[in-house]
Design a protein around this ligand. Structure first.
Ligand SMILES: Nc1nc2c(ncn2[C@@H]2O[C@H](COP(=O)(O)OP(=O)(O)O)[C@@H](O)[C@H]2O)c(=O)[nH]1
Ligand SMILES: [Mg+2]
Length: 256
């Protein structure tokens, strides 16, 4: 089923009877958590809008009161594009809950999660969306399948990431059917996470979806994790330790 035929266009007609503008019901909602991404947000949005040209989609920026004014910039860009919503939360409440608050606002059946710093190339979105239209319930952009990789990482960072992935495989059987259960770049059908409550403020939303989500099929699409466009990672030591805690909680079945 092509997306055009599946797309249920909602048309707004002004009283003169002329078709003044057309608002397409989004088929795809992009959830983008941001904290101090003012230097990246414009290029991010320009590249997303270009990559998804022709597909009805919305961008939901979930910003945690970034002091650098990320939210205002996103709102300004919405004047040009018209499909950007900005959810402003009071205080830095964490990436995991930002993603889930974004899910709640989403109007589409297909949800995508990606970062605003362009480490997840938006040009992959049409291919991922194509897989959703083929019928997959969960599509993961993967660094660890043939054709995927990471760019600009030190040997140490590679070891830590691979070690964390192996640890997940070892401790949590549900993660074993995917090569990159720690990916932060994925699409999921909304119905599969409807009853889902995130357990923590943690960074690893996909991991929890793999364990608790009721998805029926999964596929990985290779991509190369890019260096951050500008600024620095917000992944703190505390959040890395939070990951280990999350693994332990899942393993000990302390999560519902
Ligand atoms: N809303 C929100 N976004 C966050 C928070 N921490 C990080 N982010 C955003 O989440 C994405 C991933 O964070 P990043 O620092 O790039 O992590 P890394 O890619 O693992 O180094 C980026 O778009 C960040 O701006 C947070 O506490 N709240
Ligand atoms: Mg990043």
């Amino acid at each position: 089923m092509g997306y055009v035929s599946s797309c249920n266009a909602a048309k707004s007609v002004i009283s003169s009877g002329k078709l003044a503008f057309e608002v397409l019901t989004p088929r795809l909602s992009l959830i983008v958590p941001t904290y101090n991404e003012a230097e990246n947000i414009k290029e991010f949005i320009v590249r997303v809008e270009y990559a998804l040209n022709g597909i009805p989609f919305e961008i939901i920026i979930v910003d945690d009161s970034s002091p650098d004014g990320t939210a205002n910039l996103a709102k300004k860009l919405n004047r040009k594009y018209g499909n950007i919503k900005v959810l402003e939360r009071l205080g830095k409440l964490g990436l995991g809950s930002a993603v889930f608050d974004g899910f709640k606002m989403a109007k589409s059946d297909v949800l995508a999660v990606l970062d605003a710093d362009l480490q997840h190339p938006p040009e992959l979105l049409p291919k991922m969306y194509g897989k959703m239209l083929e019928g997959y319930g969960l599509v993961i952009a993967s660094r660890y399948v043939d054709g995927g990789g990471v760019e600009g990482w030190s040997f140490m960072r590679k070891i830590v990431s691979l070690g964390a992935t192996k640890l997940a495989h070892l401790l949590i059987p549900e993660t074993r059917m995917v090569n990159d259960p720690m990916s932060g770049f994925f699409m999921v059908r909304k119905e599969f996470i409807r009853e889902f409550k995130p357990s923590s403020r943690g960074f690893k939303i996909l991991l929890e979806i793999l364990v608790k989500g009721k998805y029926d099929s999964v596929v990985e699409v290779p991509y190369t994790f890019q260096p951050r466009l500008n600024g620095e990672s917000k992944l703190s030591m505390g959040e890395s330790l939070g990951y280990l805690l999350l693994l332990a909680k899942i393993r000990l079945k302390l999560l519902k």
